[in-house]
Ligand binder design. Structure first.
Ligand code: ADP
Ligand code: MG
Length: 422
């Protein structure tokens, strides 16, 4: 690991972070300055120091912008840290009014996750911008922002983890920068560049990621998702298979994916052990044939009744596209006094759901009952769709994506709790 040393004002920097500050001191910054690489490698921390030091040297009447995927993320990851770095006298912010002052300069605050975000910054004239986690931004926002950075000597500072090589940031900017077309500086950070993390923490962080996620978030590489989606499970599925459910299931949820022309009806019952230590696939229903809504409702009721005999089960999460079918399940549950709240699935981004299960698998916090053969084979056989630019699972009718959808709907509402228990 690299060492750290203290610089003039008493703040300690890692060697890598010092290199960044030295670029500022020697006026080697470019118009776009991107700090990229592994998670927890110290990018955000030093990017804020760099940003503050640079803004302090800019004209008093210039305007600036700070943005992250959402305002909440900006506050949590950046604004609070910036206060602790430069002091509450030098940085004041109000998320509600989306304004801040940094060393007396006016700073606008924004969230940039969707296409509408672009309209929020139309018409601004900016001298500088700070963006955290740039790959999560909408490209239109970024394009608009570059056009707003119209003052002479305007600069952009951004951090990011790597993504797919087909991501807009790579194809439209980083590659063009590498070809010398843009005034662009790219600095790569690795976890081992950060001396402020304990060895134990780094070990557990590395254990959290497998496959493409390890390549991107640990090794800091822009790699495509290829081959199997759950490599650790596919190669060692026996290690995750159990004959009986664990004794400490605190509650269970059911996920429901409705079948269509080529797809199956799938229910998955997922248990969570005490303190969100692990999640266990407890039971499944899988039927690949056309059935009436009445039959579907009856299958659902029977499935839930069987689970309720064994586990505390109060919620079912269903494919949210099918509102009439959901209503059917709701009615059936009421009629049979099931005491199950039948809700729409959250349907978060598929890549986040895949990352979640890979992380649980590699941390040994995932298990599956032997009898759940469909979920098992779906996890073993899932492959990335290499013909698509985004990270998506192949869904061509030959593979069982339905069991995975149901599994994910069951897990979604508790993913945050599970992740925070690392
Ligand atoms: N110069 C530093 N001094 C003290 N702690 C630091 C420093 N740089 C980074 N850290 C620590 O490392 C953690 C990860 O850094 P961060 O900048 O959030 O990483 P990244 O943005 O690359 O994911 C921070 O939460 C902080 O605890
Ligand atoms: Mg960060």
């Amino acid at each position: 690991m690299s060492s750290s040393k203290t610089i003039d004002n008493g703040i300690a920097f890692s060697k890598k972070q010092e290199q960044v500050i030295s670029l500022l001191k020697h006026k080697k910054l470019k118009r776009i300055n991107l700090l990229e690489g592994s998670v927890r490698s110290g990018k955000t921390w030093i990017s804020l120091v760099l940003w503050a030091m640079w803004v302090a040297t800019q004209p008093k009447n210039a305007c600036f912008l700070m943005a992250a995927k959402t305002l909440t993320a900006l506050e949590r990851n950046n604004l609070n840290l910036l206060v602790s770095l430069v002091g509450a006298d030098n940085f004041k912010f109000s998320v509600q009014s989306k304004k801040a002052t940094l060393f007396g300069r006016r700073v606008y605050l924004e969230g940039a996750s969707d296409a509408r975000a672009e309209s929020k910054i139309r018409g601004l004239t900016l001298k500088g911008a700070y963006l955290d986690e740039l790959t999560l931004f909408d490209e239109d926002f970024f394009v608009m922002l570059l056009s707003r950075l119209s003052e002479p000597g305007a600069k952009l500072f951004a951090t990011t983890n790597p993504d797919s090589p087909n991501h807009w940031l790579m194809t439209d900017y980083i590659q063009r920068a590498d070809d010398g077309e843009l005034d662009f500086l790219r600095i790569k950070f690795l976890i081992d560049d950060n001396p402020y993390l304990s060895d134990e923490y780094v070990r557990s962080l590395k254990a959290e990621y497998t496959g493409v996620f390890y390549e991107r978030f640990i090794k800091g590489e822009w790699v495509a998702a290829e081959g199997v989606v759950y490599p650790e499970y596919a190669n060692n599925s026996k290690c995750y298979t159990v004959e009986k459910p664990p004794d400490d299931i605190s509650f269970a949820t059911v996920g429901v994916d409705f079948g269509g022309n080529k797809s199956a009806h799938a229910f998955v019952c997922l248990g969570f052990t005490k303190g969100f230590k692990s999640c266990v696939v407890l039971d499944e229903f899988y039927l690949k044939e056309q059935i009436s809504p009445e039959r579907l409702s009856q299958e659902f009721v029977d499935f839930c009744k069987r689970q309720k005999e064994k586990y505390p089960l109060y919620e079912a999460y269903c494919d949210s596209a099918e509102t009439t079918l959901i209503q059917g399940l709701k009615n059936a549950a009421m009629r049979e006094h099931l005491t199950i709240d039948v809700k729409k699935a959250k349907k978060t981004k598929i890549i986040d759901r895949i990352r979640f299960f890979n992380s649980m698998i590699s941390q040994g916090r995932f298990a599956i009952l032997e009898k759940c053969e469909n979920v098992h084979s779906a996890l073993c056989n899932a492959v990335w769709d290499e013909s698509k630019p985004d990270d998506v699972r192949l869904d061509n009718g030959t593979l069982n994506v339905d069991s995975l959808d149901a599994l994910e709907y069951a897990a979604e509402p508790y993913m945050k709790e599970m992740i925070s228990k690392i």
